[in-house]
Design a protein around this ligand. Structure first.
Ligand code: HEC
Ligand code: HEC
Ligand code: HEC
Length: 280
């Protein structure tokens, strides 16, 4: 079975560009799921087919366990059939994983369920649980990162004055530049530059806010990051600048950076960065 393998240097600086592990860095091997898994996720698929099969498996495993405990043979047999069917689907969807599946155990479970042998069924369920866990230990996190983490590489943001289409990366560079320009100009008492840069920062954040709706149907996430509170921080910086109070302006900028930038980075940027590192 061919699997892509990625060597991660787990150090503060992440993966060294040359892929060489230097002194003080640790190294960890991460298995990536077979590429055929992508077919069961967006955009290749309309629905989250893989994930829904997994949710069914968990529910069926629970039902089977409960009917074993209740010693209810007919219901046990019904749910065992479903469980086995969806377990088999794993190998149909990702053929590379067929060899990892425990069909002996599922045969055992079906027979035990059909003959209402609850002890034998319980034993098979425990073994099946190990099969779930062993695959999850290796692949669950990487699959979620690769196939369900929002991809900002394709998102474009229109700059309101120039109508230029910016990538997220370009816009982010702009935000960072403006934020620091306000700080530098404020410290050096270049008030008009500081104020003009702050205004532009506010406009770029408004532009950024237009992009949320490309994925979010509701306003709540946008309001949390770029709503009233965020605008309040911008206003506080402006007040500080106008009063010539560099300290107050600096405090406002710090709060803006934590409230608006760091919060969104905690939700979106870090996961997107990891996703990109994992992508083959
Ligand atoms: C051969 C690999 C494999 C096997 C075997 C497997 N799974 Fe999964 N499972 C995955 C992968 C990969 C994910 C991650 C999917 C994602 O997050 O998009 C997952 C995710 C899940 C999830 C969602 C997890 C969450 O908390 O969001 C559930 C529930 C689940 N599996 C249940 C089961 C059960 C129950 C079994 C055993 C009967 C099982 N799986 C067997 C690969 C497997
Ligand atoms: C490429 C798609 C995409 C874009 C663009 C995007 N998000 Fe998200 N975001 C998601 C997904 C998917 C989730 C997780 C599920 C959910 O909450 O919808 C999420 C979750 C969040 C959350 C955590 C959940 C919550 O409701 O508090 C916040 C906050 C958030 N996004 C803020 C934003 C903001 C602000 C923007 C625009 C500046 C934005 N996102 C743009 C896809 C995206
Ligand atoms: C959607 C929520 C969101 C908000 C709000 C946000 N960022 Fe980002 N930021 C991202 C994402 C996603 C990336 C990764 C983009 C990429 O690498 O393509 C990123 C990347 C960056 C980068 C790295 C760019 C590079 O060249 O690699 C910087 C710098 C940055 N953001 C600064 C800021 C600043 C400063 C603010 C606040 C004024 C801010 N961001 C607000 C989501 C956000």
């Amino acid at each position: 079975m061919i699997r892509s393998i990625l060597i991660l240097a787990v150090a503060l600086c992440g993966i060294s560009s040359a892929g060489v592990v230097t002194a003080g860095e640790a190294e960890k091997l991460i298995q990536l799921p077979p590429a055929s898994l992508a077919r069961w996720y967006k955009p290749a698929n309309e629905r989250q087919v893989w994930l829904h099969n997994m949710f069914k498996l968990r529910r069926e495993l629970q039902a089977v366990s409960e009917y074993i405990a209740l010693e209810d043979g007919p219901r046990l047999a019904k749910w065992a059939e479903r469980l086995v069917g969806h377990y088999r689907r794993i190998g149909e969807m990702v053929p590379e994983w067929r060899d990892e599946l425990e069909f002996q155990v599922t045969d055992e479970l079906r027979q035990a369920a059909a003959s209402a042998d609850f002890r034998r069924a319980a034993k098979a369920v425990r073994k099946l649980g190990l099969s779930c866990r062993s695959c999850h230990r290796e692949y669950r996190t990487t699959a979620a990162l690769l196939y369900r983490t929002p991809d900002f590489g394709k998102v474009r943001v229109e700059e309101s004055e120039t109508l230029e289409e910016l990538t997220y990366k370009q816009l982010m560079g702009r935000l960072s530049l403006l934020l620091n320009r306000v700080k530098i100009a404020s410290e050096d008492e270049r008030k008009s530059t500081a104020l003009a840069s702050l205004d532009e920062l506010g406009r770029r954040l408004e532009d950024l806010g237009q992009s949320c709706a490309q994925c979010h149907q509701d306003e709540v996430p946008k309001q949390r990051i770029l709503g009233e509170e965020g605008r309040g921080k911008l206003a506080a910086v402006r007040q500080g600048l106008e009063a010539g109070d560099a300290k107050a302006a600096g405090r406002g900028l710090g709060e803006l950076a934590v409230y608006t930038c760091a919060r969104c980075h905690g939700v979106h940027r870090t996961l997107y960065d990891i996703r990109r590192e994992l992508e083959p």
